[in-house]
Design a protein around this ligand. Structure first.
Ligand code: SAH
Length: 255
């Protein structure tokens, strides 16, 4: 798949069927824009354009301004090769089901092959009608609690748009969280433990108690932390300084 991500996304559209609340249209536009989607189709919106849509779009005005408004679903998807219907529950229409990730992958595959893709969402109260679902190739269901399975319309758009983002073929890999120095070898760790054990003696940490259990616990702590070489050098620097101060104290002189 060689097409740049932004070109691929032009093959994708989000279609809201009979949305009742203009605020949801705005919130859906915002959800799309944050995930790099721009094409919004509206089928018989109850109120649009509307100031609530603009308010909830929070700056994604370009998506709202370019929205294509039609009267019936067929007009919104006429040129599509893949139509995915988002639905919270199984309907009377026997459609193959996809989870959001599978749906996103299929969407990108279709887009990469030059196909047009629509993700269709239903009305807030009634969802997609059976007639509308019949026009879809697949049903997409966001996994949810069966006893409370219906997401807010714009949030459902956000989840599917997020999956599209996550499966974007040309997505830049994330930079490693922290750039670490080379990990400490087991030999370096052993030398550190020896130094630590000696330092604990030198600063009279044990005061007659068993040093074995302490050292076991400390070893466990440092194994868990997986220190790198630089971190070990810092720790050994601290131990060295503590030993130096202890020596000075023992000899009764001022540092
Ligand atoms: N009572 C309606 C709920 C509609 S919610 C129903 O049962 O269908 C508005 C739209 O958000 C739905 O039509 C669907 O497109 C989408 N949606 C909400 N929850 C969803 C879920 N769990 N999985 C997929 N789409 C969902």
């Amino acid at each position: 798949m060689s097409s740049p991500a932004s070109t691929l996304a032009t093959h994708l559209r989000i279609v809201l069927v009979r949305p009742s609340h203009p605020g949801n249209i705005g919130a859906a536009a915002r959800a799309m824009r944050t995930m790099g989607l721009h094409r919004l189709g509206l089928v018989a919106p109850h109120a649009f354009p509307h100031r609530e849509a603009v308010a909830l779009a929070a700056g994604a005005d370009d998506v709202l301004n370019a929205a294509v408004v039609v009267d019936e679903l067929p007009a919104a998807i006429a040129d599509c090769h893949l139509v995915l219907g988002a639905t919270a529950r199984r309907r009377g229409v026997p459609l193959p089901e996809l989870d959001p990730r599978e749906a996103a992958r299929l969407a990108w595959e279709t887009a990469a092959a030059g196909g047009e893709v629509a993700l269709v969402f239903g009305n807030e109260r009634t969802g997609l009608e059976n007639d509308e679902l019949k026009r879809c190739h697949y049903a997409v269901t966001i996994p949810s609690d069966p006893a409370f399975s219906s997401l807010n319309l714009a949030q459902a758009v956000q989840v599917l748009a997020y999956e599209l983002r996550m499966t974007l073929p040309d997505r830049e890999p994330l930079a490693p969280a922290v750039k670490t120095d080379p990990p400490a070898s087991s030999e370096q760790l052993e030398q550190f433990y020896e130094h630590l054990a000696q330092a604990l003696v030198d600063i009279d940490f044990h005061k007659g108690r068993s040093d074995r259990t302490i050292m076991q616990r400390l070893r466990r702590l440092f194994q868990r932390a997986e220190p790198d070489q630089r971190e070990l050098r810092i720790l050994r620097g601290i131990l060295g300084e503590a030993q130096r101060m202890a020596r000075i104290a023992r000899e009764g002189r001022t540092p």
